[in-house]
Design a protein around this ligand. Structure first.
Ligand SMILES: Nc1ncnc2c1ncn2[C@@H]1O[C@H](COP(=O)(O)OP(=O)(O)OP(=O)(O)O)[C@@H](O)[C@H]1O
Length: 254
């Protein structure tokens, strides 16, 4: 299967006043069509920095990001990538969900004549059709999170970047968002996901990229990571959480 995304030798140094901070060093990985790849690592490992570079919000110090074989670093708009950082911010609270999406459809360069159909399509995918005319200020956290995903889907991108999509949500709503993500992958959309919820990564990820201190520690399926951790039980395989906890000390910045 062909790679939708190729990330090659990314390096990021943040400069603050006189100080340099090496946030990423030699990060390389690929994502294929319909694949869910999860970036997993402790706070400060560099996950959001990677997502921000791929999404075009941040320039790397070195390295390339290829989308369908074309380098997209330095280009201002990537119509084939949808990004959701989630959270409470990012929408006009006094406008309705549909009005908000109309604004973002313009930014995603959805032609004006197709916007109504496109907004209906994305609201349907995330199960918000019935609240299209409700003001976003009245949305619950779960609804707002769904709207973030709807926004990222405008323009039918091939790749979605989802930064902690279920953070702060109750288990039931988190599960429904996970189901939505699974459905999107089944539709052939590739997904790069960051999450601190091990059960979520376990349920969704085809590939896990374990990151520590700005470097890739290992890449593989859940089973590969479990094997690498060498955690073993007599009666059952180790969970991803148990394996991650065993590997975590090695992932921290020294
Ligand atoms: N603008 C900046 N200037 C300096 N350092 C930064 C800047 N942004 C991020 N960093 C540092 O880069 C490192 C990686 O940050 P990043 O947000 O990518 O980590 P993360 O893996 O997403 O963490 P978390 O799980 O907490 O979201 C951190 O040590 C962070 O403090």
């Amino acid at each position: 299967m062909e790679n939708i995304l190729e990330v090659k030798h990314l390096k990021k140094i943040y400069h603050n006043k006189q100080e340099e901070f090496h946030a990423l060093d030699d990060i390389s990985f690929n994502i294929k069509k319909g694949q869910v790849v999860s970036l997993l690592g402790p706070n400060g490992a560099g996950k959001t920095t990677i997502v921000s570079i791929i999404g075009g919000y941040l320039l790397p110090t070195e390295g390339q990001v290829l989308l369908n074989g074309q380098n997209i670093i330095g280009t201002t708009h990537h119509p084939h990538i949808g990004v959701s950082f989630g959270g409470e911010l990012g929408f006009y609270h006094r406008a309705t969900a549909a009005q908000n999406l109309a604004f973002f459809a313009d930014l995603a360069r959805v032609p004006y004549r197709q916007q109504k159909t496109e907004i209906t399509r994305v609201l349907e995918i995330v199960n918000l059709s019935n609240v299209a005319k409700k003001k976003v200020g009245q949305f619950s956290k779960g609804m707002t999170q769904r709207l973030h995903i709807a926004r990222a889907l405008l323009g039918n991108p091939q790749l979605l970047l989802l930064d902690e999509p279920t953070s702060g949500l109750d288990v039931e709503i988190a599960k429904s968002i996970r189901d939505t993500i699974k459905n999107l992958a089944d539709l052939g959309i590739s997904i790069l996901l960051t999450s601190h919820t091990m059960s979520e990564v376990e349920a969704l990820a085809d590939q896990i990229i374990l990151i520590g201190a700005g470097r890739i520690f290992s890449t593989g399926t859940v089973a590969d990571i479990v094997k690498e951790s060498q955690v073993s039980h007599i009666d059952r395989p180790a969970t991803l959480e148990e394996s991650y906890l065993a590997l975590a000390p090695e992932l921290r910045r020294k």
